[in-house]
Design a protein around this ligand. Structure first.
Ligand code: C2E
Ligand code: MG
Ligand code: MG
Ligand code: MG
Length: 248
């Protein structure tokens, strides 16, 4: 893999060369076992380096400001499949995108062009700490929510995500991080159980991430998670493959 400065330089051309694409991973309703949603995840197919994952380049894009363009691209792709597939679609947004009123205004205008029942888009937010208590971000998220969008707190149980953010951002979904899903210690199960109870009390949907084994699936089902996502069901895949999977 290339060093940071090379990634940064190559990234400036990546979108115009169509090297960045949206892949999709299904989310399963744990009662019906049906695919009810997908999460859009970006992939960078570089001519020399091959497939580069978002953990390698999203932090660079955030620092260099290229996240704005990538974020608009991903939201556009997410909304395109949302109307095609007629299921819920989630897209990850960086704190920087939420601090950028041009992004949230742009997104709101796009959403308004779609009929209300078809507005099945959820914004996944990680790193609640960086969003902090910024009331302008909360106000923007409230406006998007009023248009019918969902707000998910991503990676709960890893890093900075907290249940305080759940209330503060008026979230509609809580995503339990894989770190908690795979940890079968009593303390991890207590943490998870408490989070699920608080979420459900507030009418918030709970999605378990990173399910790889039948045992993990059984656990998150028993604990009351609403939806599951993970390699046990399917890995993230290109759009054409996802279309085929949904066509059954
Ligand atoms: P995330 O939003 O928490 O996404 C879930 C990550 O877990 C994805 O990694 C997914 O491929 C991976 N995953 C899913 N199921 C399993 C499993 O069963 N086992 C394991 N070990 N992993 C699983 P990915 O695609 O590499 O994305 C990493 C992170 O990059 C994402 O974490 C998200 O925070 C960020 N990201 C991805 N796409 C975007 C984007 O378009 N914009 C922004 N701002 N961030 C993005
Ligand atoms: Mg996510
Ligand atoms: Mg995340
Ligand atoms: Mg996550």
């Amino acid at each position: 893999m290339a060093v940071r400065s090379e990634i940064s330089r190559a990234l400036t051309h990546a979108l115009e060369r169509s090297e960045i694409t949206a892949w999709f991973q299904p989310q399963i309703d744990l009662l019906s076992n049906r695919v009810v949603a997908v999460e859009a995840l970006c992939r960078w197919n570089h001519a020399e380096w091959g497939l580069v994952g978002p953990n390698e380049f999203i932090p660079v894009a955030e620092e260099d400001g290229m996240i704005a363009e990538i974020g608009r691209y991903m939201a556009t792709r997410a909304m395109a499949v949302m109307t095609k597939w007629g299921i819920d679609v989630s897209v990850n947004v960086s704190p920087a995108q939420l601090q950028d009123s041009a992004f949230t205004t742009w997104l709101g205008q796009l959403v308004e062009r779609i009929s209300r029942p078809a507005r099945r888009l959820t914004l996944e937010i990680t790193e609640g700490r960086h969003i902090g208590n910024v009331s302008s971000v909360v106000a923007r998220l409230d406006r998007l929510r009023a248009l019918g969008l969902g707000i998910a707190i991503d990676d709960y149980g890893a890093g900075q995500a907290s249940l305080t953010q759940l209330k503060r951002l008026h979230a509609t979904e809580l995503k339990i991080d894989r770190a908690l899903v795979i940890d079968d210690s009593p303390s991890a199960e207590r943490t998870m159980g408490a989070a699920i109870a608080i979420a459900h009390e507030a009418g918030v949907r709970v999605v378990a991430e990173g399910i790889e084994t039948p045992e993990q699936l059984e656990k998150v089902k028993t604990m009351g998670c609403d939806r599951g996502q993970g390699y046990l069901f399917a890995r993230p895949m290109p759009q054409a493959q996802m279309t085929a999977l949904l066509a059954g």
